[in-house]
Design a protein around this ligand. Structure first.
Ligand SMILES: *[C@@H]1O[C@H](CO)[C@@H](O)[C@H](O)[C@H]1NC(C)=O
Ligand SMILES: *[C@@H]1O[C@H](CO)[C@@H](O)[C@H](O)[C@H]1NC(C)=O
Ligand SMILES: *[C@@H]1O[C@H](CO)[C@@H](O)[C@H](O)[C@H]1NC(C)=O
Ligand SMILES: *[C@@H]1O[C@H](CO)[C@@H](O)[C@H](O)[C@H]1NC(C)=O
Length: 213
């Protein structure tokens, strides 16, 4: 996990801008693990994700056997198309249904991202000892910060960095597979059905990132 983080920070330092007309790619269906770490070093969450790229659905559950700060039992189900977010408590069989205000998340490059560079980390000449990635950047909504994302040539997200004045996050993906292993994880649990939509307090923006920042 930390190796991936170090790798990505290094890539950000060495990436140089090229004039290019690339279109951001979109990642496929995926299952994998994700770590969310702050720049201060707090592990915010580590756990399994399931992503449906066409239906634009994401499930992320923190793994309780990994140390983290403040996100034990975090279980998110997000429907980006519908703009709905569920915070699920399986132990408790309860859930909160909220409006999702922002579609940005670390598994998909926003359509308006700017291509920065393609680069080879590790070795480009020794087979199996290098990773070729493309790096994309852009502003966070409301322009309160910016992001940088790297993906493999098949558009598998490697890492994303989010910088704001108040907090910064490094999100890395590990052991990604290009299939949905358990489609049930993308279905609203029965105990959440009929849950009323919670009112959002004035000034609150619900998003994937706001769960950690
Ligand atoms: C992705 O997963 C969804 C839901 O299981 C499925 O409907 C869709 O066909 C899958 N897409 C691909 C390209 O496999
Ligand atoms: C949690 O992590 C352990 C150890 O890495 C792993 O065996 C287990 O499958 C994980 N559980 C989930 C739900 O991801
Ligand atoms: C979690 O964060 C709080 C506040 O930032 C800190 O006081 C505490 O030591 C942290 N705990 C762990 C296990 O990192
Ligand atoms: C169960 O859910 C309620 C809210 O519905 C919450 O106040 C309570 O803390 C939860 N209990 C546990 C053990 O998570």
């Amino acid at each position: 996990m930390y190796a991936a983080v170090t790798l990505f920070v290094f890539m950000c330092l060495t990436a140089t801008a090229h004039a290019d007309h690339h279109q951001p790619c979109h990642s496929p269906n995926m299952t994998g693990f994700m770590s969310v770490v702050s720049f201060k070093g707090d592990v915010k969450a580590y756990g399994a994700f399931t992503y449906d790229s066409m239906g634009k659905k994401l499930r992320f559950r923190s793994n309780e056997s990994h140390p983290s700060n403040g996100s034990l039992g975090l279980d998110l189900l997000m429907f980006f198309e519908e703009g709905i977010l569920y915070e699920i408590d399986s132990k408790n069989q309860s859930c909160e249904k909220k409006t999702l205000h922002c579609n940005m998340h670390p598994l998909d490059i926003p359509d308006d991202a700017t291509f920065l560079s393609t680069l080879h980390s590790g070795s480009s000449s020794i087979e199996g000892e290098g990773l070729k990635v493309s790096v994309w950047t852009g502003s966070l909504p409301d322009k309160k910060g910016h992001y940088s994302m790297s993906v493999t040539m098949r558009c598998l997200p490697v890492a994303a960095l989010y910088f704001t004045e108040s907090a910064s996050l490094i999100i890395s993906n590990i052991d990604v597979e290009v299939e949905i292993k358990d489609p049930d994880l993308l279905v609203v649990p029965s105990f959440c059905l009929g849950q009323p939509l919670e009112e959002t307090p004035e000034g609150t923006v619900n998003s994937f990132l706001s769960e950690f920042m």
